[in-house]
Design a protein around this ligand. Structure first.
Ligand code: NAD
Ligand code: ZN
Ligand code: ZN
Length: 378
């Protein structure tokens, strides 16, 4: 089968790889119909995660049709249309039962961290979903079966696999409530959805931060937010704070690690709290109000361990973060899309056959051709 594989720093290639097979009694195989590229895939191809090796199949935002089921699978059957969330989770452990599927105790054979499709051996060693076929473990818990009466196309549903529930969770863990002022760092796919959901949760003021002009423009046009270019002269986090007379109630980081910098340079810039363009962590620490909350949705790999702890401590900031537990949010957010509360298609700028994945990675990474979100069609 054809699959998108990692070939070394910033190199991906569509290769013929051995097709997956049912390995456990509750596995299913899914024939992928649509699969997206995520900002997290960029961290992986930038070499920011350990134990991600050559020929690793990438991808964790897929959906498709069930091709085969193991003998113990009762929740779905051959021919069902399914969305595959990026969390691999058993459904049975303490964390799965307490709505923290991203920390499942049983899905990762390699240690303490959670397990995700196409996300390195550290995170379970499972092959990814930018491929023609995907093996999905825990077939009675992981897949979301699209209701049979659903008339929506893949592009309306696909991001339920990750960035829709991730953004929703990011706003929830920020504690956004009626009347709040919310700063969203990043106007990529995750940031744009987060801005929308901050309004839906009752925010009174939403400010979107980025420096890519077409993305700031997209945020203004589709989300009716105020925007702030953090690279403008003197546009430091402290100025945002002054502008807001004390800072925002919540800051949601939808940026994560900067793949343009080496891990060493990131540590260096993290230490530099003044001047220049700042990383999102520094920006967040400066523009959140005293006693406010910073919700970090952006991904920081284990190689990023530098943090302005003193700033957070001095101002009583609450910090929440992690891989989003997406599985339990999907039914509720499916209903919202069906009811027309928002249209996920508005962030899609590129639709490509799977064989053109390398081009998709290039435009998404380099922020070229007005790229916001790439959907691949196997
Ligand atoms: P993206 O790369 O398209 O978007 C990031 C945006 O941030 C870009 O537009 C970039 O210009 C902007 N940016 C860079 N530095 C900035 C700064 N200092 N301040 C403000 N903006 C800045 O990626 P995406 O697909 O939107 O994903 C965003 C992040 O969310 C990534 O780190 C990704 O790994 C993460 N993510 C996390 C989860 C989770 O479960 N926690 C799930 C999905 C994605
Ligand atoms: Zn993702
Ligand atoms: Zn579990």
């Amino acid at each position: 089968m054809k699959a998108v594989t990692y070939q070394g720093m910033k190199k991906v290639k569509v290769k013929d790889m051995p097709a997956p097979r049912i390995e456990k009694k509750d596995d299913i195989l899914v024939r992928i119909t649509s699969t997206a590229i995520c900002g997290s895939d960029l961290h992986l191809v930038h070499g920011m995660m350990p134990n991600f090796h050559k020929d690793y199949i990438i991808g964790h935002e897929p959906m498709g049709i069930v091709e085969e089921t193991g003998p113990e699978v009762t929740a779905v059957k051959k021919g069902d249309r399914v969305i595959i969330p990026f969390n691999i989770a058993c459904g049975d452990c303490f964390f799965c039962k307490n709505q923290l599927e991203s920390q499942c105790d049983n899905a990762n054979p390699h240690g303490e961290a959670g397990a995700y499709f196409g996300y390195s051996d550290t995170f379970g060693g499972y092959a990814g979903g930018q491929a023609e076929l995907l093996r999905v473990p825990y077939g009675n818990f992981v897949p979301f079966k699209v209701p049979e009466d659903c008339e929506m196309e893949d592009e309306q549903l696909l991001f339920l696999s990750d960035i829709i529930p991730t953004a929703w969770w990011g706003v929830e863990q920020a504690g956004v409530k009626k009347g709040d002022t919310v700063i969203v760092l990043g106007c990529g796919p995750v940031g744009l959805l987060t801005q929308k959901f901050a309004w839906m949760k009752g925010a009174e003021r939403v400010i979107a931060v980025d420096y890519i002009q077409y993305r700031l423009e997209h945020a203004r046009r589709t989300n009716k937010v105020e925007t702030f270019d953090f690279t403008e002269e003197n546009a430091l986090g402290t100025h945002l704070k002054e502008m807001l007379k004390g800072g925002a109630d919540a800051v949601i980081d939808c940026v994560g690690m900067d793949g343009k910098k080496s891990a060493f340079e990131m540590v260096e810039s993290a230490l530099k709290l003044q001047g220049g363009t700042m990383g999102p962590v520094q920006l967040a620490s400066q523009c959140v109000r005293k006693g406010g909350t910073v919700s970090m949705v952006g991904v920081y790999g284990t190689r990023y361990n530098m943090f302005p702890l003193g700033d957070f401590f001095a101002r009583n900031i609450t910090l929440k973060m992690g891989q989003a537990p997406v599985i339990h949010f999907i039914p509720e957010l499916y209903r919202k899309i069906k009811a027309g509360a928002f249209d996920p298609r508005e962030i899609i700028t590129h639709r490509l056959p799977l064989t053109e994945a390398a081009h998709g990675y290039e435009v998404f990474d380099e922020k070229k051709d007005g790229c916001i979100k790439v959907v691949l069609k196997p």
